[in-house]
Design a protein around this ligand. Sequence first.
Ligand SMILES: Cc1cc2nc3c(=O)[nH]c(=O)nc-3n(C[C@H](O)[C@H](O)[C@H](O)COP(=O)(O)O)c2cc1C
Length: 199
Amino acid sequence: MDTQNTALLKDLLSARRSVRTFTEKPLSLTALDAFLYAGQGRTSKDGKRTAPSAHALHPLTLRVVVRQVEGLVPGVYLHDSPTGKLSRIGDLIDQGTLSSAALGDEQWLEDAPAVIAIVAQREVAIDRFAEQQADGLRGARYVDFEAGAAVQNMYLAVTAAGLGGVVVMGFDDLRMKEALRLERPLFPVALFCVGHPLK
Ligand SMILES: Cc1cc2nc3c(=O)[nH]c(=O)nc-3n(C[C@H](O)[C@H](O)[C@H](O)COP(=O)(O)O)c2cc1C
């Protein structure tokens, strides 16, 4: 056993916390890239990623609402898992739109310099795993589970970088789908707000 790595991981796990208040300091692109890699980075030639996926289906994609990231024009970006590249696919979402789709008063959806959306081809997973369970719930469960693994990876990467983040899943699915301008078959599973913690 590599005791140094084990101790390092234990430290990260112990320090991980949800952070909901951020300074106005922009996020560096290097930090954002590291968080996206932790969430859905490609780790093998056959397309495997940092987070596990049932049947290696990999139904998840990351999109980023970029408000203040060094070197990036504000807007909505798509993360390409195989290359790690970010491409701008739309203008910035209007202030107040993300939080208006939330079930609670989630100001951090508006204040974070970047909000990473974990979106899924949910129906594709439901169809693929219908043979395991006819009601389709298994595919949906797998998608949620995989998003959880991706989010935990990002929590740990954010902790390692000395920054802060929080996952938000309390939102109206259809309103958030609209807010993020997701086309079918994409479905919003979770949002991860990241930034420099306000101490
Ligand atoms: C499935 C799930 C959904 C969550 N949804 C929200 C949310 O909508 N808004 C929020 O502020 N925090 C949300 N959280 C973060 C939890 O509130 C947080 O993990 C909990 O308070 C424990 O704190 P910790 O993460 O610092 O250990 C969610 C966490 C999980 C696991």
